[in-house]
Design a protein around this ligand. Structure first.
Ligand code: HEC
Ligand code: HEC
Length: 288
């Protein structure tokens, strides 16, 4: 009897330990060196534009730097954007290649902690390793700015550890999207889904609060209003050229300018892309 109980207790502890390990283990990421060539810095500069990093990380105290401080309000609390200049104490100055891969592709901090998804790492997860490291290369080339943003204001039950289960649930419940075969459309998909994180605003969220890929780009509530749908159906009346103008100049086919959050997206991201990349985005959004 005793041994049976002991056996059950042992199996249970093993199950619990495995579960905790599965939830909290740091993803395996290669030890990689951050490149520091002129080419990697230049590629990284462009990727930071295409990634829309400036919209969030632009310094509130130190404009023209990526020293952060912006308050992002959400239904889960207020999140303050981090300093990603290479200051050792307050920024990412001490980070190696592995730290960047963990943060951008897995939402994990150098110490193994969890980032809040106000940092759109679920979108950036699709970054290629080379692109993530070139982004690091560019960030490391910037002047260091010493600045510590305020601490996040979240309810007591939303500690960082709760994201362990949340990340796994989100990963398990989200379907994988099919890869695009056509070169131009595949480039557009990478710019829209991964770098541009367009779905963070344009895709409705599942009950877990993550963009629901089953209804990709079907529009989503924002404050009192609604962010427009940008799926093929919603854009049926738009030509690829119309989309190109919107992404370059922020003008809609009816002559109106886009407003709200989209103004920043156009200013810091899509207007600064190459014509070819804007055309790839349009081709992807209009694909059948
Ligand atoms: C929608 C706003 C938003 C965008 C866009 C964004 N970030 Fe962030 N980022 C955040 C927030 C908020 C945090 C803090 C998350 C936390 O503390 O859990 C953060 C944290 C980080 C961190 C961790 C910093 C640290 O000291 O721990 C890095 C690195 C980072 N972002 C890089 C980037 C890069 C590179 C891009 C563009 C490819 C980017 N971010 C785009 C909001 C954003
Ligand atoms: C931070 C949130 C946010 C992100 C990220 C974002 N958008 Fe938007 N987008 C908006 C909002 C809000 C509007 C509505 C603007 C308005 O009302 O004038 C909009 C409008 C648009 C429109 C016009 C729709 C219409 O019917 O008028 C298009 C097209 C569009 N976005 C494409 C994109 C693409 C492509 C990306 C990624 C590169 C993107 N958006 C990323 C918030 C966002």
């Amino acid at each position: 009897m005793v041994s049976k109980r002991a056996a059950i207790a042992t199996s249970l502890s093993i199950a619990v330990i495995s579960l905790v390990y599965w939830l909290f283990a740091t993803p395996r990421v290669a030890d990689v060196v951050i490149p520091a060539t002129a080419e990697s810095i230049e590629r990284g500069r462009y990727l930071v534009v295409a990634g829309g990093c400036v919209s969030c990380h632009e310094g509130t105290e130190h404009p023209r730097s990526l020293s952060g401080g912006l308050a992002l309000e959400s239904e889960f609390g207020t999140f303050y954007v981090s300093n990603i200049t290479p200051d050792i104490a307050t920024g990412i100055g001490g980070w190696d290649g592995r730290d960047f891969l963990l943060a951008l592709k897995h939402g994990r901090s150098p110490g193994g902690g969890f980032y809040y998804p106000a940092f759109p790492y679920l979108s950036y997860a699709g970054l290629t390793q080379r692109d993530a490291l070139d982004i690091a290369s560019y960030l490391r080339s910037l002047p260091a700015v010493e600045f510590t943003p305020s601490s996040h204001r979240v309810p007591w039950w939303l500690g960082r550890w709760t994201l362990a289960g949340w990340n796994k649930l989100a990963a398990v419940t989200l379907p994988r999207l099919p890869e695009e075969a056509d070169g131009k459309i595949a480039r557009g998909a990478y710019l829209v889904r991964t770098l541009g994180h367009c779905g963070e605003c344009h895709t409705p969220r599942s009950i877990l609060g993550v963009p629901d890929r089953r209804r990709e780009f079907a529009g989503a509530p924002l404050g009192d209003g609604e962010v427009e749908a940008i799926d093929a159906e919603a854009l049926a009346g738009w030509t690829e050229e119309d989309l190109g103008y919107l992404l370059f100049l922020g003008v809609k086919p009816d002559g109106e300018f886009v407003g709200g959050e989209m103004e920043k997206v156009v200013e810091h991201n899509t207007s600064k892309l190459t014509l070819e990349d804007r055309q790839a985005i349009a081709a992807f959004l209009k694909r059948r």
